[in-house]
Design a protein around this ligand. Structure first.
Ligand SMILES: Cc1ncc(COP(=O)(O)O)c(C=O)c1O
Length: 366
């Protein structure tokens, strides 16, 4: 890689930062228990619920210092019931992780699982609800980053509405770039992070939940750090959080949210990601590569590609890294079968041109 060329992250977060967001990281030193940080916390929480028109009125946000997993775990700790069961929909690593969280939290759960390359099986979800009268909540992953599948939540949401079942959603790798129909899907809470489609840096995650849930729907979390009622009371009261907050990542997130808004919001970001996905798919398909899923099943955020004969993940990764691009391995059993390319971050048309050349050289037979 020439010195003047940038290193581009094509892994599913952290993302390549824009200069504007990077610059925001190196402003003043602030204490998280001073009024200016309380004001910044309010500003970010207000902005987070406005990223989607649909959440602007009825949802409130709470920020945590942690990665995406901290927000998902906090959502499950505070909003999944102790006395009734939660049905966990699993078609990848992140659904499985949520089931583990509930087990660790000692909460009743049932699991509706399909192979990781399969869509949600609505028949088995409906059967689980019929069979287990103790299910009161459902939790699902919106974009299952394991494969890149954008789970179709319309049928699941319809079922949730019909049966009046609240839906909890892991939106860690979709928030800011895919549609989230909180009304149509009966979503009461969702978890997400600064460091993926919002183009902030890792270190801040957040939970958006309906106002009614913050008021009366919290469950004793069995955790000190992940007690969202303490964060809610602090951030929406005095403005202060119970624990030390990630100050510089908050500067970056404020800037990233402004940038997203100025660039046209999540819908525009989705168009940009879709364009990148299309360009990358065109060259890889021309080179004979095949996708793990049907192209129409993918999110705009990330696609998974089958490794062609004669290539290992390491060989592809190392070659592309040398050319300035970081791709991502498959997880679990998919580790030997696929590689993943994410489309997030500040990627210019020059970067994309370089990527096309690098992919061409990597897969043109050696
Ligand atoms: C859908 C989904 N949920 C949860 C996570 C966990 O986020 P983190 O690695 O930031 O803890 C990820 C990470 O990629 C994800 O894609």
């Amino acid at each position: 890689m020439a010195d003047t060329e940038r290193s581009i992250l094509l892994n599913p977060g952290p993302v390549t930062l824009s200069n504007r967001v990077r610059q925001a990281l190196i402003r003043d030193d602030w204490c998280h228990r001073e009024p200016e940080f309380a004001e910044l916390t309010r500003e970010i929480n207000d902005h987070l619920v406005r990223v989607y028109r649909e959440t602007a009125c009825d949802f409130e946000s709470v920020m945590l210092t942690g990665s995406g997993t901290s927000a998902v775990e906090a959502m499950m700790a505070n909003f999944a019931p102790r006395d009734t069961a939660t049905l966990v929909i699993v078609n990848g690593v992140y659904g499985k992780r949520i089931a583990e969280m509930l087990k660790v939290q000692g909460k009743p759960l049932h699991i509706s699982e399909v192979n990781w390359d399969q869509p949600i099986d609505m028949q088995s979800v409906a059967a689980a609800l019929d069979q287990h009268a103790d299910i009161s909540h459902i939790v699902a992953v919106h974009h299952e980053t394991t494969t890149g599948r954008l789970n179709d939540l319309n049928p699941l949401g319809e079922l949730c509405r019909e049966r009046e079942i609240p839906l909890l959603l892991d939106c860690v790798s979709s928030f800011g770039a895919e549609a989230i129909d909180v009304e149509g899907w009966n979503v009461v809470a969702l978890a997400a992070t600064a460091g993926k489609c919002l183009h902030g840096v890792p270190g801040i995650a957040f939970v958006l939940a309906r106002k009614s849930l913050w008021a009366t729907g919290l469950v004793a979390p069995g955790s000190v750090y992940l007690d969202l009622s303490a964060y809610y009371q602090g951030q929406h009261g005095t403005g202060y959080s119970p624990f030390t907050q990630s100050v510089q990542p908050a500067f970056a997130l404020r800037e990233a949210l402004k940038e997203l808004e100025e660039e046209g919001g999540w819908e525009q970001r989705r168009s940009i990601y879709r364009r990148r996905a299309g360009e990358i798919a065109m060259i890889l398909q021309k080179l004979g590569l095949k996708t793990l899923l049907r192209p129409e099943d993918y999110s705009c955020v990330l696609w998974s590609w089958l490794l062609p004969e004669g290539y290992t993940y390491e060989s592809v990764h190392d070659y592309l890294k040398q050319q300035g691009f970081v791709i991502y391995a498959g997880q679990g059993e998919l580790g030997k079968q696929i590689f993943r390319i994410a489309h997030m971050g500040d990627i210019s048309s020059d970067d994309l041109d370089r990527l096309m050349k690098a992919l061409g050289n990597c897969f043109d037979g050696g």
